[in-house]
Design a protein around this ligand. Structure first.
Ligand code: ZN
Length: 1003
């Protein structure tokens, strides 16, 4: 026959848009509205209901950015509608958003007059239930959330900060009415949506495609445009047969789980996320009431905690739905954090805090780590996840890789210590599916494990800004349960998927090491203040727990459980995957800075009180060594008199040679030559020169930084091509400090920003320090600090949680080439056999390394540390203003020296007057490092010690508690017993961490 496929498809589209969809509702009756504009920040229902509301008409303009309006909607639903068969009344609301996507514009939550929430209003889910004869009286809290991203053109926006948003009203009330929904038309629309979606994915050569086409054509012929409701049932009959055809027995199986990826803050402030959660969860639970088989997977204990704090009624309903098995806590983390930058203990505590919440509130033990959207995954995670009692791991983000395709979708992920965790990476390449034909077909086609495995997971529901699953998505799942030409879809819990997937594919392939995201490489650097607040908080939490524990055991100090828990929860929240990475609006980052400062103040006071209790009575100056390694002659984790540095041999000297701009510093250990502000020679005790001929260690490099997309997120490779090295200081001076240290202080200018660079040598120090005071005024630039080294390193060792990762210094493969900016924690080590250099930092994370062969045949390996960026979206003022960043460079250093240098660089030395204190906890092996000392989460007074093997070697160590105790057990991260120990001599595999629990301490 003649081929008219394209014409029939065009006819279908036009008819659905022009006739079928508009026939969904009929007989609309207007409702009346009154409104109260909230003068400032949002208020609870109880406060809103008592305000005076003014009548407002349709077309009413409302909503300056981030403001809130309460609407009271009243009217009557005709009683005679009860007798119209196949219909139900619904209230329709349109705040004036565009319907292109959910979760990024105005949205609202509807309440009954008694304050109980009904359902949310979102751009793609904008109806409320009603009943014939009902007197409507509904209050809607409408949030004028601005569309900050717009069409993702990444133009600088003033919408991200209350101070800059401006007075314009963003929305106008477009629709407020009650109308009759025709159920047959609704069902037909869902039939057609699914069939069109499937048809579009089938080959034009396939008989099935044409069967569907002709059935849809008959459906169109049957529908009378003048009587759509009357002809819809007959039209459905025409396509019933093609919808009833079962899926092929070899069809891919999709386990669909309801989901709403709600970013805990991003293009909206934290407070708005609280409301987004209330809206989404209310929607989801309304859907559960209608569909008993619907399940919704929800991560992030913090989001549940917000409901408990601010929406107790919603939280009580969540508890019921969790007990019923429909609301499924997943992930076991406090938030879906970044995983590249959180420190060892913080990464562990994400799971401790999250799992504890789910266990205590719901009695639920989550079994799957759930991180669909974080920007790359640290190689330490498999061990951390397993130690938290999780069996499985879910991600999706690696599908955003720019260059290389991850070869597996279901695999064993192996961490730095060898731990493996069964991992799935949904081939649908989205965590916000609407179960469209295109998405499910892509999942089937894309799935890498075909022939070995048969199933994948597909999270469905509007996300990022919330919204969650809709009734349309559930209808799609029902139609796709078994449909010829499509993969099958069954709604279920992630744990059901993982158990079945693991059972059918126990010999899945292995991916070893980090899952580096080949995108978003700027997030190791953007918003330095947020990162510095995080690093400082992590160190202070460590010190506060350590000294409060020691003081509790040794002097009966009252351990501040609540305060420490509150501080941890704040720090963990601010590690969310758009906060710590620096990719949120200005509002979020200014709040993060403020909250980090509050945490610091509270922790400093705990530390001061605990140290005062511990050291009471003495009258000599003592050094508080919070490092797990000895420092200045004071034992690890002890307080004692600092070793005297003999002034004659170690007090640094500074000599100006030739001219003022060549200055030599010596302290008996290091010899440092500074020329025009940069180090041109550095020698340690071995005498070997660190700096290559003519190179400048500590040179400042300013690059153009104009990402193609995603400004705060991305650092694109072309940044390297335009660089200006700041090699001519405006001034150079020598400074001496009271502690005997000497510094060469050089002043540079970019023309816009000014930078004070200090090269500091301290008495007795085996590392030279480089300190930068930057008044950063550049924009769309990246500042790098270059450290060229005269050595041939094949790889770098970069600290990660509980160990380090190696990365190549060459770019033989596309995988290595794509890793042109990477992440480190406190230190980076570069070495060749017999010689190495450790470089520690106090607050930065991004770096790159490359190698070059010189004319003299030697190799220069250059590490460059990313200090500051200034992307203009989403925070146009990001990183502007003063910053201080510090580095330490130690020659003649191995990994052990790098580990110690990392702690030294990050833990401020505290000197006070008091008595010495022996360490409460000690490790007999320097490579087995005590990361955490705390009292147990259950507040029993048991002492918890977390230690790890830091060198990448098998090592034995005895962990000693200097107090009486009844017993000691090995536990999981949640401090639950795994094994009773005879003694505390342990043999650890490379990078293994252990948690010990000392019971009955000091009794
Ligand atoms: Zn996200």
């Amino acid at each position: 026959m003649h081929d008219d496929r394209v014409l029939v498809e065009a006819r279908l589209k036009r008819f659905v848009d022009d006739h079928l969809a508009p026939a969904l509702y009929r007989d609309a009756r207007p409702l009346a509205a009154t409104a109260w504009r909230v003068p400032g920040e949002p208020v609870p229902f109880a406060e809103a209901i008592g305000q005076s509301f003014e009548p407002v008409p349709l077309g009413w303009s409302w909503g300056t950015a981030w403001s809130t309006v309460w609407l009271r909607v009243t009217g009557d639903v005709p009683a005679e509608w009860a007798s119209v068969p196949g219909t139900r009344p619904e209230i329709l609301v349109d705040f004036g958003y565009n319907r292109s996507r959910a979760g990024f514009q105005a949205e609202g939550l509807a309440y009954r007059p008694d304050g109980s929430p009904i359902k949310a209003i979102n751009p793609l889910n904008s109806w409320l239930p009603a009943a014939p004869g009902e007197h409507v009286d509904v209050l809607i809290e409408a949030a004028a959330n601005p569309d900050v991203a717009g069409e993702y053109t990444f133009e600088p926006t003033t919408l991200g900060d209350l101070a800059t948003v401006g007075p314009e009203e963003l929305y106008s009330l477009q629709q407020l009415e009650v109308a009759l929904l025709d159920e047959a038309v609704w069902e037909l629309l869902q039939d057609v949506w699914t069939l069109r979606g499937l048809m579009g994915e089938l080959s034009v050569d396939s008989p099935r495609r044409h069967e569907i086409l002709r059935a849809l054509e008959r459906m169109l012929d049957t529908l009378d445009p003048d009587d759509i409701p009357g002809t819809a049932p007959g039209a459905r009959d025409e396509i019933a047969d093609v919808l009833a055809r079962p899926a092929a027995s070899s069809a891919h199986h999709l386990v669909a789980t309801g989901h709403a990826h709600i970013d805990s803050a991003w293009l909206w402030p934290l407070r708005e996320t609280v409301r987004k959660c209330a809206r989404t969860f209310t929607n989801v639970m309304a859907l559960m009431d209608e569909h008993p088989d619907f399940v919704f997977s929800c991560s992030s204990a913090q989001q549940y905690q917000w409901m408990k704090d601010y929406y107790p009624e919603v939280f009580e309903r969540i508890k019921e739905k969790v007990a019923a098995g429909q609301f499924v806590p997943v992930g076991g983390m406090w938030v879906e954090s970044d995983t590249n930058m959180p420190g060892s203990e913080a990464m562990a505590r994400q799971f401790v805090a999250g799992k504890r919440f789910f266990l205590e509130e719901f009695g639920v033990e989550t079994e799957e780590a759930w991180l669909p959207d974080s920007f790359g995954y640290s190689a330490a995670l498999p061990q951390i996840v397993s130690a938290a009692g999780e069996r499985w791991f879910l991600t999706q983000k690696i599908s955003w890789n720019q260059v290389n395709r991850m070869p597996h979708h279901t695999f064993w992920w192996e961490g730095i210590d060898g731990t493996r965790v069964f991992t799935h990476f949904p081939p649908a390449d989205t965590y916000i599916s609407e179960l469209s034909g295109a998405e499910v077909a892509h999942a089937e086609r894309n799935f890498s494990e075909k022939g070995k495995a048969t199933m994948s997971l597909i999270p469905f529901g509007w996300g990022d800004g919330g919204g969650g699953p809709t009734r349309e998505m559930i209808a799609a799942a029902q139609r796709l349960a078994s449909l010829e030409g499509s993969p099958t879809v069954a709604i279920d819990r992630p744990s059901a998927f993982f158990a079945a997937a693991e059972a059918e594919y126990p010999d899945a392939p292995v991916w070893s090491g980090e899952m580096y995201l080949e995108l978003h490489r700027g997030v190791y650097t953007s918003q330095l203040r947020t990162k510095q607040g995080n690093r400082r908080s992590e160190q202070l939490l460590r010190e506060a727990e350590l000294w409060a524990t020691a003081a509790a055991v040794r002097s009966g100090f009252d351990y501040p459980y609540d305060l420490l828990e509150e501080c941890w929860h704040t720090v963990l929240l601010l590690q969310f995957h758009d906060i710590l990475p620096g990719s949120s609006i200005a509002w979020v980052h200014r709040e993060a800075e403020r909250r980090h400062a509050e945490v610091a103040e509270r922790l400093e006071s705990v530390i001061a009180d605990a140290l005062a209790a511990l050291t009471a009575g003495g009258s000599d100056p003592v050094l508080v060594n919070s490092s797990p390694l000895p420092r200045a002659g004071v034992d690890a984790l002890a307080i004692g008199a600092a070793e005297a540095v003999s002034p004659a041999e170690a007090t640094p000297s500074a000599e100006a040679l030739e001219a003022d701009h060549v200055i030599t510093l010596r302290n008996g250990i290091l010899t440092v030559v500074v020329t025009d502000g940069a180090i041109t020679s550095l020698r340690g005790p071995s005498g070997r020169e660190v700096v290559p001929p003519t190179a400048r260690l500590g040179a400042l490099r300013l690059h153009r930084d104009l990402p193609n997309l995603w400004d705060a997120w991305d650092l694109d490779a072309h940044y390297k091509r335009t660089v200006r090295e700041l090699s001519e200081p405006e001034s150079v001076e020598v400074e001496r400090a009271a502690d005997g240290s000497v510094a060469v202080v050089s002043r540079f200018s970019t023309g816009v920003s000014s930078i004070l660079q200090r090269v500091v040598l301290r008495p007795g120090a085996s590392a030279v320090e480089i300190e930068l005071d930057v008044d950063w005024r550049d924009r769309e630039k990246i500042l790098k600090l270059a450290m060229p080294l005269d050595l041939r390193a094949d790889r770098t060792a970069a600290e990660t949680q509980f160990g380090h990762v190696f990365r190549s210094t060459h770019t033989n493969t596309s995988w290595e080439a794509a890793r042109f900016e990477a992440v480190q924690h406190k230190w980076l080590h570069l070495g060749e056999p017999g010689f190495g250099v450790a470089i520690a930092n106090d607050s930065t994370y991004g770096y790159d390394v490359d190698r070059s062969t010189r004319d003299d045949g030697g190799t220069t390996t250059t590490a460059r540390f990313s200090v500051l960026r200034a992307p203009l979206f989403p925070d146009p003022e990001s990183d502007q203003g003063p910053h201080t960043v510090r580095f330490s460079v130690a020659p003649d250093a191995g990994i052990a020296e790098a580990v110690a240098l990392g702690y030294d660089r990050n833990i401020a030395p505290r000197v006070l007057v008091g008595s010495p204190v022996a360490p409460l906890i000690s490790s007999s092996a320097p490579g087995v490092v005590i990361e955490t000392v705390k009292l147990a989460e259950d507040r029993s007074g048991d002492v918890i010690v977390r230690a790890y093997e830091s060198l990448g070697e098998r090592e034995s160590a005895t962990i000693t508690l200097d107090a009486s105790f009844e017993s000691v057990v090995l536990t999981d991260l949640l401090e639950r017993e795994i094994d009773v120990l005879d003694g505390t001599e342990l043999t650890l595999r490379p990078f293994q961490f252990v948690t010990l629990r000392f019971r009955g301490v000091g009794r």
